[in-house]
Design a protein around this ligand. Structure first.
Ligand code: AP5
Ligand code: MG
Length: 202
């Protein structure tokens, strides 16, 4: 294969950042996106929870932050993402779910993709009001066993989102890659809104 073709193919990769507050539906909508676009899925929250379950050093470190609803330090999450990204080379692109959550993380993602001849294609931001987010998470908390689905930690997660993560929206707005999607309605209705935005850039 010619080098120029290889470069062209890499640029065609569909890299979707799915962005939104806790409970906005990032994980739920990622499942639909994977099916429709044949993408790999990286949820940093899922990776951290798996590390916790396996009792690894990383899991032990993450546990305290997650239980308090705080962010795991940037350098830890960035290193973890780089490792996971290398295992997804064969997919037609990647859905980044819950990453980036800070400006240093978004810079690191740009850099990692650039090194691979790729870039972020679109940032899908799911917009849901706080009372609905709380209701969804409390409901899930009754069955999930997730250590952070309790009222105190939910409040802290929402504050962290507001103060540390939501400023990224302005950052992505400037790059012209932000697609704000109303995240309320049935799962299918929301997915159709997302797919319409994704299909526009394909
Ligand atoms: P993470 O696992 O990413 O959790 P989160 O951002 O708090 O979001 P959730 O996974 O709770 O919600 P979601 O948006 O995926 O919604 P879901 O589809 O599940 O992160 C957890 C923690 O890990 C962080 O607090 C942090 O400590 C750490 N961490 C992770 N990434 C990090 C990073 N990059 N940097 C630093 N630290 C990091 O839906 C929620 C519920 O609503 C479900 O029950 C679902 O069934 C329901 N639902 C979905 N859609 C609808 C709908 N349309 N109508 C009604 N209910 C719906
Ligand atoms: Mg999730």
């Amino acid at each position: 294969m010619k080098l120029s073709n290889l470069f062209c193919n890499l640029k065609d990769m569909l890299n979707i950042v799915i962005f939104g507050a806790p409970g906005s539906g990032k994980g739920t909508q990622s499942e639909n996106l994977i099916k429709r676009y044949n993408l790999a899925h990286i949820s940093t929250g899922d990776v951290l929870r798996a590390e916790m379950k396996n009792g690894t050093e990383l899991g032990k470190l993450a546990e305290g932050y997650i239980a308090k609803g705080q962010l795991v330090p940037d350098d830890v999450v960035i290193g973890m993402l780089a490792n996971v990204l290398d295992t997804k080379k064969d997919a037609a692109g990647v859905i980044f779910d819950g990453f980036p959550r800070t400006i240093p993380q978004s810079d690191a993602l740009d850099e990692m993709l650039k090194e691979r001849g790729q870039e972020v294609s679109i940032v899908v931001s799911l917009e849901v009001e706080e009372p609905e987010l709380i209701e969804r998470l409390i409901k899930r908390g009754q069955q999930s066993g997730r250590s952070d689905d309790n009222m105190e930690t939910i409040k802290s997660r929402l504050d962290v989102y507001k103060n540390q993560t939501s400023p990224l929206k302005e950052h992505y707005e400037k790059t012209g890659k932000l697609a704000s999607i109303k995240g309320v309605g049935t799962v299918d209705e929301i997915f159709e809104r997302i797919a319409e935005a994704v299909d526009k850039i394909k």
